[in-house]
Design a protein around this ligand. Structure first.
Ligand SMILES: C[S@@+](CC[C@H](N)C(=O)[O-])C[C@H]1O[C@@H](n2cnc3c(N)ncnc32)[C@H](O)[C@@H]1O
Length: 231
């Protein structure tokens, strides 16, 4: 008989808190049911073939995990694949060893993306697929793309356990603790303008507890964008 992870009667936790614990355990075990690789891969293929269609893309994957998406990205160009967790990183390098154009980096992406910005590196595709909220990458992540695509995994705020930290985090980024999908998309587009990037949502896939957004990103001239001429 399958062993139960938690016994509801023996704990005072709510159902939502227990479900949260189960998700955390699955994250620790790198359980693929959390990652929705099929839906993400389908979206990547649709978007990259229709919008870009290039074979020589430069791709930054900030949360590569064991490489479900890395192997797909490798078909479109050169991939820089970041993953900081030791055992997961080892699996990643094993899984992509046949892909010549993939470089794996065992780094903390929350810090590494600042380094990439400081050396003025640019990518055609940036993929943000953390377990939690990706908000801390905004607005500066846009400095990594002059023209291209950004895929973002965004947890649905209303399915999260709202502890004080998550509430304060969401309020600081969105002005409210439970922003809607539309509000989040609008904010991300506004953050693009902080660095003069026009950001347009071109696809959104609903993957149970997260949305997977695909944005088209393009650098614009401040004068042209605002219609203001410099004297
Ligand atoms: C949602 S999973 C990625 C799944 C992967 N993109 C896929 O579709 O198979 C998030 C991954 O990010 C890794 N991770 C968490 N924090 C990180 C950080 N600060 N820098 C780099 N990787 C991190 C985790 O170990 C985990 O493997």
């Amino acid at each position: 008989m399958q062993q139960k992870l938690f016994n509801v009667e023996e704990t005072k936790k709510t159902y939502r808190a227990l479900r949260h614990d189960v998700v955390r355990k699955k994250q620790l075990d790198y359980c693929n049911t959390l990652h929705h690789p099929d839906q993400k891969i389908k979206q990547i293929k649709n978007v990259l073939s229709e919008i870009c269609g290039w074979g020589d893309l430069s791709i930054l994957e900030l949360f590569a995990g064991q490489g479900n998406l890395t192997k797909i990205y490798a078909e479109y160009g050169e991939v820089l694949a970041n993953e900081y967790k030791g055992k997961v990183f080892d699996k990643l390098t094993e899984n992509i060893k046949e892909c010549a154009l993939v470089h794996c980096n065992k780094v903390d992406s929350f810090l590494d993306f600042h380094e990439l910005i400081s050396i003025k590196q640019k990518f055609d595709v940036v993929d943000l697929d953390p377990y939690g909220f990706p908000n801390r990458f905004f607005p500066d992540v846009f400095l990594l793309i002059d023209k291209g695509i950004m895929f973002v995994t965004m947890p649905k705020p209303y399915v999260n356990i709202m502890n004080g930290i998550t509430r304060a985090h969401l309020i600081s980024y969105y002005g409210e603790h439970n922003p809607s999908k539309e509000k989040i998309i609008e904010k991300i587009a506004t953050w693009g303008i902080c660095h003069w990037r026009k950001v347009e949502l071109i696809d959104c896939v609903d993957c149970k507890s997260v949305w997977r957004f695909a944005f088209k990103v393009e650098k614009v001239k401040a004068t042209e964008y605002t219609g203001v001429k410099n004297k």
